[in-house]
Structures are given as C-alpha cells and as structure tokens.
Design a protein around this ligand. Structure first.
Ligand code: AMP
Length: 292
C-alpha cells in the first residue's frame, strides 16, 4: 500500500506527528533547502531503508546566505519537491515559513568555533556556518530524529555538524552519505540548473580535476614532490586556469579530512576540496585522495 506523504508547516503539528511515529520505530531525518535532485533523494532512500519513518525538511534558511542575491535566486518548487519525497519513500515533509523558525524576538545562535568553521567556506562565506548550525540545531530539536542524513558533497558542513552534535551531546546519529554525481561526474547541486549550457560543459572539469589530484599523488617522486598538499594544490590551480580561463577560484585545498587543516606531506589520505565560480555560479566539490 502506498503511503500518502503529509506536509506540515507548523512546529507543534510536526512534533505531534513525529511523537506518534516514534512509538512505532526509528525516525530518520533529511534536512534540505528544497530544489530536490537525485543527491537529496538518495539520502531519503537511505533513511527509508534504515528507519521506520522518514521526515524531510524543506526550508531555504535565510541566515546561512551571506549573499542576499543568492538567497533570492535560490530555486523553489515545493509541490514538485513533495512529489519527489513521496516517490523516494518519505512520510512527512516539514516546510515551515521563515517566521515559524525565526519568530519576532529570535536572538539565539549556535556556533562552532575554530578552524572547522574559519577555513574554506567559512572564509569565503562569513556567517554561513553560524546560520547552518543554528538552523540544524533547531531542526534536530524540533524533529528529534534517531538518525540524520548529510551529504559528503558538503564535507565541511558535515564535519561542523558532527562537531556540534558531539559537543552538545545531541542524541542523534549523523549518517554521512556519498556524493551523488551526474553521469559525466559533476556533483549534483540545486545550483547546477543556473549554469548556462557553456558553463555546464566547463563545470565537468571540476570532478576531472579532483580525479587528477589522485593521479598526481600516485605519480609522486622525490623530484616532483607531488605527495605534498601545497604542490598538488598548485598543480590543480594551474590546470584549471589553463583549461577554464574564466573560472574564478575561491580555493583548491588539500586538507586533513577531519581537522580541515592544510596538510604538507600526505601520509595515508587527504581531502581535496574546491570552490570555483564558473559562468557566475559558485560550485563546490571534494574527494578523498589516498595512498594505493
Ligand atoms: P541542500 O539542500 O543543498 O542544503 O542539501 C541538503 C542535503 O543534501 C545536505 O546534507 C547535502 O550535503 C546533501 N546533498 C546535496 N547534494 C548532494 C549530492 N550531490 N550528493 C549527496 N548529498 C547531497
């Protein structure tokens, strides 16, 4: 029998439905900003496979946008998103208005300090992670899931959320999910639909670059020094500049996957993370490189 998905916009109603559902088994939660694609839906399916009830939140969180224009341009199509959630097996969609989450007088923030939030995205998007951690903390309190699913596509966000959950002893298991890609390798993102056909073709160079990082590392010799983070990063920067001249690079970094600090000599593994604007659309991606 097909389950009819239920859309809720109020916190009280959502809590009531989740409390009922919790009596029957585990609650899985997938927080999103909507404009759903296969990346999000993979998280929903994994939650469905592991939990009795799946809640998806669809909330374009204004406080995590450092750029007002980016917030305005963020794609929204709630009816389509709900239909996709239903197909993927979700039971409840929580789609609050901003006033439900941030009522008049709201003035509390949850922040994670230190390098985890100061490097990479934190450096280029001031205030972004404070917005993320505050809304995720609120959503986790509202839904009170047993497991919450986050994509590795946003690796830094995943690490920041894991840190917050550990530091605040939140009773939830954070489940990391592998990045879902288009057939040509481009990481799926709600922003991809803003790429012009020309920029879309160029964007495929980003996953190519990440895979090349592994090749460069594999071929390291004493002379090439390409087992060193800064050397790999310099190679990748040159490759990108030569192949996609219009690309605006925020960062191409080789870092420790847990601390997000730059690594000099790579021992077993490292994360290569990048943020690049192509045709005016800011894209992020990452991959682990490892010693074979
Ligand atoms: P967003 O709607 O962009 O805030 O993303 C909601 C969740 O989906 C986050 O945990 C993202 O990391 C995850 N996500 C977005 N795109 C992908 C993808 N291509 N593969 C895996 N997870 C993703």
């Amino acid at each position: 029998m097909e389950i009819m998905i239920e859309k809720l916009t109020g916190i009280a109603a959502l809590r009531y439905r989740v409390r009922e559902a919790r009596a029957t088994g585990a609650i899985g939660f997938v927080p999103t900003m909507g404009a759903l694609h296969e990346g999000h839906l993979t998280l929903v399916r994994q939650a469905r496979a592991e939990c009795k009830t799946v809640v998806v939140s669809i909330f374009v969180n204004p406080t995590q946008f450092n750029d007002k224009k980016d917030l305005e341009k963020y794609p929204r199509d709630l009816e389509r998103d709900i239909a996709l959630c239903q197909e993927a097996g979700a039971h409840l969609v929580f789609a609050p208005e901003p006033e439900e989450i941030y009522p008049d007088g709201f003035c509390t923030a949850v922040t994670v300090d230190g390098p985890l939030t100061q490097t990479l995205e934190g450096k280029y998007r001031p205030g972004h992670f404070a917005g993320v951690t505050t809304v995720v903390a609120k959503l986790l309190h509202i839904v009170q899931p047993d497991r919450a699913y986050f994509g590795e596509k946003d690796w830094q966000q995943l690490k920041v959320v894991q840190r917050m959950v550990a530091d605040l002893n939140l009773p939830v298991e954070i489940v990391p999910c592998a990045t879902v890609r288009e057939v040509d390798g481009l990481a799926m993102s709600s922003r991809n639909i803003r790429l012009s056909p020309e920029a879309r073709k160029q964007a495929v160079f980003l996953p190519y670059l990440l895979n090349t990082a592994q090749d460069i590392f594999d071929a390291a010799t004493y002379e090439s020094q390409t087992d060193k983070g800064p050397v790999i990063s310099a190679w990748l920067t040159t490759l990108l500049e030569n192949n996609i001249p219009g690309a605006e690079i925020d960062y191409i970094a080789v870092i420790d996957p847990e601390t997000l600090m730059g690594v000099d000599e790579i021992k077993d593994r490292a994360l290569v993370a990048l943020a690049v604007k192509i045709g005016g659309v800011r894209l992020i991606d990452n991959r682990i490189i490892f010693k074979r």
